[in-house]
Design a protein around this ligand. Structure first.
Ligand code: EPU
Length: 446
């Protein structure tokens, strides 16, 4: 009988959670190059399901959400080759083996629902659990569902899933009661392969939607009116492969622009499109910052004093909700009373508690101990002090990084996995501009 003791396998110890440590007080100076936009790359990847030919996407940011979408495409049967060094993804969706988006992936990221439009249009079936993603308040998909139904699909919606089937979509005149970003994208993709003309009235006008529509046109679709609320799609029988380049990320660029102003530095931001930035740059200028743009670069620095301003978030070309937290952080350093009205999401002001913990003077509308409203008022300027804070979602996390850059002492930001979803190499990029910032804990897998 063996005397060797056998040990039962031990569960791996939980790795120490990652955090970002920031020592504030350094003006950021230098150049930063902006990557491709997450919110353009995700629908572009979904659109590759519309053809059996190869599609090549360049300038794709290497982010956790992109990895989720790649996993989703593979789970449906697509061949996907991801080159993180070249920021390139090749997809060939010749054979699709499943029409069901796995629950685990859909629960991670709301944009997973973007595969519904292409699957329905090309194969006549798409099943998905109710999409998850950042907790920003209610995030229904009723705009997509109504549109699919108007195009002839049968859609069964339960608490758990959305099952969509059609024997052939037909064109329709679709009025969207809210210009949903992913809703417009889903309907555009579905309409591209529908029989006849689809007119989307009150569609979203975001640059990412224009970019998707242009890619679809290069695949053989016939779409007009992109960038306006009325989009007309003449359905075609088939789409072909394409090589496309993802447009620059206006939200990443905006985060660095605010970083220049809040730290009293000067940053030249490369690979940025001026028109996409206007909703932010208009407000930065109104607050007293200086912004110059030429070709694909932008120089941002503070002017003489930073003044309080009011913002209300709206669909493009309104002020982007995704820069609301970053801008509110900036306003903690402005003189006077700033007002924020969040009009896109119903629950996107929770992060203000963290700014208050750092010393900000913020009043937030609340309907109960845990029910936030959509308005906030910020009295400034206030000194921020470094402390332990949490990233509640991608953009709230970015706002707290900016707060850390201007705070006295050390800010320790936890739950940084949210930032991995939307910002590639955030810490190295800030460090190259002079920020004293470090990451601790295990890095995410490639
Ligand atoms: N809405 C409806 N009905 C619908 C769909 C949406 O009422 O059928 C409401 C939502 O409840 C919400 C608002 O419309 O209050 C905005 O939702 P929308 O569908 O426009 O947003 P989304 O498509 O879920 C995209 C971005 C978000 C960005 C919003 C607003 C992607 C992958 N996501 O979300 O990005 O905040 O548009 O611009 O494109 C981020 O990148 O951090 C992020 C959250």
């Amino acid at each position: 009988m063996s005397t060797t003791a056998t040990r039962a396998p031990q569960p791996a110890a939980d790795p120490a959670p990652r955090s970002i440590h920031i020592q504030g007080g350094v003006p950021l100076r230098g150049d930063v190059v902006i990557g491709g936009a997450k919110n353009a790359a995700l629908p572009a990847l979904a659109a590759t399901l519309l053809t059996d030919e190869e599609c090549v996407l360049n300038n794709v940011p290497m982010l956790a959400d992109i990895a989720t979408m790649v996993e989703l495409l593979r789970s449906l049967g697509a061949d996907v080759d991801l080159d993180p060094v070249r920021h390139r993804v090749r997809v060939r969706a010749k054979q699709i083996t499943s029409f069901r988006a796995p629950t685990a992936l859909v629960g991670k990221m709301r944009a997973s629902f973007l595969v519904a439009g292409p699957l329905l249009a090309r194969f006549g079936e798409a099943i998905s659990s109710m999409p998850g993603g950042c907790q920003l308040g209610s995030r229904p998909v009723d705009v997509d569902v109504r549109g699919f139904r108007q195009m002839g699909a049968t859609v069964e919606v339960s608490d758990e899933e959305v099952a969509t089937r059609a024997t052939g979509l037909h064109g329709a005149r679709i009025y969207m009661d809210y210009p949903s970003h992913t809703g417009t994208e889903n309907l555009l993709m579905a309409a591209s392969l529908a029989n006849g003309r689809t007119t989307i009235v009150h569609g979203a006008c975001e640059p990412e939607i224009v970019s998707l529509g242009s890619m679809l046109n290069r695949m053989g679709a016939r779409i007009q009116g992109l960038g306006s609320p009325t989009i007309v799609v003449e359905g075609v029988d088939r789409l072909h492969g394409v090589s496309d380049t993802i447009l620059p990320d206006r939200l990443e660029a905006g985060t660095f622009a605010i970083g220049a102003v809040i730290t009293g530095g000067e940053i030249r931001i490369h690979n940025v499109r001026e028109g996409d930035m206007l909703p932010l740059t208009a407000k930065l200028r109104q607050a007293g910052a200086e912004v110059w743009s030429d070709d694909d670069a932008m120089l941002v620095r503070p002017g003489r004093g930073l003044q309080a301003v009011e913002i209300q978030t709206l669909p493009f070309p309104g002020f982007p909700t995704d820069l609301q937290a970053a801008f509110a952080t900036l306003m903690t350093q402005a003189t006077g009373l700033s007002k924020i009205h969040e009009r896109v999401f119903e629950d996107r002001l929770r992060y203000t508690e963290q700014l208050v913990a750092m010393g900000a003077d913020i009043w937030v509308e609340k309907y109960g101990p845990d029910r936030y409203g959509t308005r906030a008022e910020i009295h400034g300027p206030t000194r921020l002090r470094g402390t332990a804070v949490r990233a509640l979602d991608i953009r709230a996390g970015a706002g707290l990084v900016l707060a850390g850059l201007v705070a006295e002492g050390e800010t320790v930001l936890s739950d940084v996995h949210h930032l991995d979803r939307g910002y590639e190499a955030l810490v190295p990029k800030f460090r190259r501009l002079g920020a004293r910032m470090d990451e601790s804990g295990p890095m995410p897998a490639d």
